[in-house]
Design a binder for this molecule. Structure first.
Ligand code: NAD
Length: 356
């Protein structure tokens, strides 16, 4: 069976995909510099499943050059994934080194070896100033989209949303890498898929306050630690769609298989990925679910000031993605938060180091 390379393969999405592909009979190699706290926990689980590991840094081209095997596909998941990185202070250079230079190094490697690429991009490529200027209705628990935004409808944000605007340095790093990959596809014929992903959550996400918010929310309830609603009125009504990691890996396995079998069909095509309107929730709705599942009520304070680059509402219109790959997400926000709760409960001693 074909061998797949996953960069950032000890992270949340990369490791989950490695397990899924292994169970489908693929051979998998992961490259990671283990910079994300908790990735070392995923590494020991991956090694136990026979996944090959190379300790490497995407910023250094020789990390991939050293690999001797033949690969049928590269899934590029190595990144600094927080939209808040470099939001203040001097972090721009290191963010761009990882997210842009690292991506470029992997595209160059793939071009020279003729390996098709799936690049993990983000919903953060869509400009937040445009999204926040849309018209929303405020209900008792959430904001609901009404109108006023080209490319956006109550079904979500489509890939047709105009991209001129402000999006955060994180979003800019992802969009820049996308543009380069599309040129590689057009000029060099490198088969490629670009996956613009919204919020993903599930077991083995080593969540932090600035990344992995719904897993973080459940962990804070589980360990009875305080939380804060930040911005947009300070009452937790901002909305995201939420995708279970297993729904994501189900789609990614279909994308890998399509890219391996029909590489010439993919020329840098862009797909939105998310839970869609079927799995959207606000923070205060997440609080209610976490309370119900854990039986714990934690103190939640309010901060009126918005966080840098934050959006009132983001839901992925993933209709075209579903039609292209015969896929739809199956798990609800309740299912997702319940799975995270069970994972924390079953691994409490290990996870104290991460969440406390
Ligand atoms: N998790 C989400 O909700 C989400 C949403 C949208 C997009 N994404 C994107 O998906 C991809 C994977 O995200 P994730 O949630 O698994 O993040 P993660 O932080 O869990 O995984 C990233 C992995 O990359 C590794 N890494 C970081 N810098 C590296 C470098 N220079 N060289 C080699 N390895 C390096 C980290 O150690 C980590 O294991 C990222 O590109 C992220 O931007 C994630």
């Amino acid at each position: 069976m074909a061998r797949i390379l996953i960069t950032g393969g000890c992270g949340f999405i990369g490791s989950s995909l490695a397990f899924d592909l292994t169970s489908r009979g693929y051979q998998v190699t992961v490259v990671d510099n283990l910079s994300r706290r908790g990735s070392e926990l995923n590494l020991s689980r991956l090694l136990a499943k026979g996944v090959e590991f190379a300790n490497g840094d995407s910023r250094d081209p020789s990390s991939l050059e050293k690999l001797k095997e033949t690969f049928a596909c590269l899934v590029e998941c190595s990144a600094e994934p927080s939209v808040l990185s470099a939001a203040v202070g001097d972090g721009a250079r290191s963010l761009l080194d990882v997210n842009l230079l690292g991506a470029l190094n992997s595209f160059e490697w793939a071009r020279r070896r003729g390996v098709p690429v799936i690049f993990f991009s983000s919903s953060r490529v869509y400009p937040y100033d445009r999204l926040n200027a849309c018209h929303y209705r405020e209900t008792a628990t959430r904001f609901e989209f009404v109108d006023g935004c080209p490319g956006v409808s109550p079904a979500g944000v489509s890939t047709g949303m105009p991209l001129d605007g402000i999006r955060s340095l994180y979003g800019a790093s992802k969009l820049s890498a996308e543009l380069i990959l599309r040129e590689y596809a057009a000029q060099y014929g490198l088969p490629a898929i670009i996956s613009r992903c919204g919020v993903v959550a599930g077991p083995w996400q080593m969540a932090r306050a600035d990344q992995g918010i719904f897993t973080f929310w459940m962990a804070r309830h589980y360990f009875r630690l305080p939380l804060q609603y930040i911005g947009f009125g300070g009452n937790g009504r901002q909305v995201r769609d939420l995708l279970h990691i297993n729904d994501l890996t189900d789609l990614l396995a279909r994308q890998v298989s399509a890219l391996v079998e029909r590489p010439s069909d993919f020329k840098g095509d862009i797909f939105n990925i998310g839970g869609s309107t079927r799995s959207s929730l606000s923070l205060c709705e997440a609080t209610e679910i976490c309370r119900r599942i854990t039986g714990n009520e934690v103190a939640i304070t309010s901060m009126m000031e918005d966080r840098p680059s934050d959006v009132i509402w983001y839901v992925s219109d993933n209709g075209p993605t579903g039609r292209a790959f015969g896929w739809e997400p199956k798990r609800s926000p309740e299912d997702i938060l319940q799975d995270i709760f069970t994972w924390i409960k079953d691994n409490e001693r290990l996870l104290r180091e991460i969440f406390l």
